[in-house]
Design a protein around this ligand. Structure first.
Ligand SMILES: Cc1cc2nc3c(=O)[nH]c(=O)nc-3n(C[C@H](O)[C@H](O)[C@H](O)COP(=O)(O)OP(=O)(O)OC[C@H]3O[C@@H](n4cnc5c(N)ncnc54)[C@H](O)[C@@H]3O)c2cc1C
Length: 493
């Protein structure tokens, strides 16, 4: 870099419609990892972004583009390396046009889950989309580029027709003659894929997949005290095409923790002893897998019958519609039997969680971390995420736990099973405030241990990038697209 970090601010001041936040006013992150950042820039238009990139290029200033910077647990808004100017695209929020016949909508990088939800409610209520548990304010494009996972499926293949600004000021996009949103793969080299989990360009916008709303939603809860049997049951259901949507399996400890948060949020007047009693009465110590079926009511009913036939005798299946949850919760208010009232409190509390799989973004997922306000960056404890793909071999879940136990850290796990029968573990490491350094050490050691033992990550945070040791092709592509290495240096390269 040819100038001092601190004297940079004046460079940006001549650019129109650019918000400048000095480095010392940038908020901390959930994991309290730190980086030296000169400033955070928020362009209000595409032109101001292009101008900003030209200034960065001529002064050789590294920049770190984010869509909304809510990458909580993986570094939030912070860059991988010190000295980068953060460029947040959160003010670029165009939604539309929509191609209802292709089930695609154009969005810019700053569009959040809630922005799109509200837009669809107003203009295209026949559509919903694959919502994540990250929160209402998280982006869609940043999450897709990170190959995030929604309640319906992975978001990897949900974004096409990208417009990408490269460091030389070019905007790469599909040739209109040769591309239409109804056949998003188009023709020729899949260059768009190069901009996922990379640092080759700045993604301005793209076409996102919508899901037509269905006649009926049926939630399925499968319980078993043996995790491997439960995972095998889900794999069998995917293999037989009885399930399609993602399954989340929570550790019993994590389940109780989240339930506690859900109940105390919905019923703030209940004491912690009363909440404990409700949980004791309605929740079992088993592993619980939750998924959903969306489709025709009669087909859903038949599928549930077939699912019952296929699962292990030791697995308990509960199937319920949102309407049934509401009815039971209401009915329980009039029955003066403590166990039934507990069931009602439970059902009223989990309602919002179930909304996620119906395509309604909420912040309810944040109850998995200890926090007092709306912003996970202000959480009362430190948390960092890492993830691991489980190899399909015997004892994989036990090996994973023993690797985690060797680090003697407090952790919780959510297992995700998908249509391909792949199982990923989303691991949260929990720490007290003031333990940020230990947290980083454990995270790095665990990342290396998991990779060496055949549990590769599908996504990484800013403090894990070095441990990935990416193959040389990433560096060669970087040299081609961004020879001065000015965009997000160190990220997946
Ligand atoms: C309680 C909790 C629950 C969560 N649940 C989920 C979940 O269910 N599923 C899930 O996937 N995640 C989840 N997360 C993780 C995270 O919050 C989300 O993935 C979130 O969507 C990421 O933030 P963002 O969308 O603002 O992306 P950003 O932070 O904007 O982007 C992520 C990264 O992608 C790159 N990038 C972003 N935009 C661009 C661009 N336009 N051009 C070039 N590079 C770019 C940047 O390197 C950036 O750091 C959860 C987090 C918490 C705390």
């Amino acid at each position: 870099m040819d100038i001092e970090l601190k004297s940079q601010l004046h460079l940006w001041e001549n650019i129109d419609d650019l918000e400048i936040i000095p480095g010392d006013q940038i908020e901390p992150t959930l994991s309290r990892t730190t980086r030296e950042v000169p400033c955070l820039l928020k362009p209000g238009t595409r032109e101001s972004l292009i101008e900003l990139v030209a200034v960065a290029r001529s002064h050789k200033i590294p920049i770190y583009p984010v869509s909304r910077g809510k990458n909580w647990g993986y570094g939030a808004h912070l860059p991988v390396q010190d000295g980068c100017v953060i460029v947040s695209l959160e003010r670029l929020k165009t939604i539309g046009p929509c191609h209802p016949e292709s089930k695609k909508i154009y969005i810019e990088a700053g569009v959040s889950q809630m922005h799109l939800y509200e837009y669809l409610q107003k203009h295209y209520p026949q559509f919903t989309f694959n919502v994540t548990a990250g929160g209402s304010d998280t982006s869609i494009i940043g999450n897709c580029l990170e190959r995030g996972i929604g309640y319906y499926r992975s978001r990897t293949h949900e974004l096409h027709g990208l417009e990408v600004l490269t460091m030389d000021g070019q905007v790469l996009k599909r040739d209109k003659r040769l591309w239409h949103s109804s056949h998003p793969d188009g023709i020729g080299t899949d260059w768009e894929g190069l901009f996922f989990q990379s640092n080759f360009g700045i993604v301005l916008g793209g076409w996102f997949s919508l899901l037509p709303r269905q006649e009926r939603t049926i939630f399925l809860s499968l319980l078993n005290s043996d995790l491997d049997t439960l995972i095998d049951d889900f794999k069998k259901l995917y293999r037989n095409r009885l399930l399609k949507e993602i399954t989340h399996i929570a550790d019993p400890g994590r389940k109780e923790y989240v339930l506690n948060g859900l109940i105390s949020t919905k019923f703030p007047k209940l004491s912690s002893a009363q909440i404990d009693r409700v949980i004791q009465q309605v929740s079992s110590a088993a592993f619980q897998g939750i998924t959903a079926i969306h489709g025709r009511a009669a087909v859903g009913k038949t599928m549930v019958k077939e699912i019952r036939k296929l699962i292990s005798p030791s697995t308990t299946l509960n199937a319920f519609t949102p309407q049934k949850v509401k009815r039971l919760a209401l009915w329980s208010r009039w029955i003066p039997i403590p166990r039934i009232r507990s069931l009602g409190i439970f059902l009223e509390s989990v309602g919002e969680l179930l909304l996620l799989s119906e395509g309604t973004p909420t912040n309810i997922g944040h109850l998995g971390i200890k926090m007092h306000g709306e912003n996970p960056n202000d959480a009362d404890e430190l948390a960092v995420f890492l993830n691991a793909t489980l190899p399909p071999r015997a004892n994989a879940t036990q090996t994973l736990r023993s690797l985690l136990d060797q680090q003697a850290v407090k952790y919780s796990i959510t297992f995700i099973v998908n249509e391909e029968e792949a199982v990923s573990a989303i691991i949260t490491l929990h720490f007290e405030t003031g333990e940020a350094e230990q947290l980083q050490n454990h995270l790095k050691a665990l990342t290396t241990a998991l990779i060496e033992n055949g549990f590769p990550p599908y996504r990484a945070g800013i403090d894990q990038m070095e441990q990935l040791n990416m193959p040389p092709i990433s560096q060669q592509l970087k040299d081609f697209f961004d020879p001065l290495h000015l965009i997000a240096p160190g990220r997946y390269t």
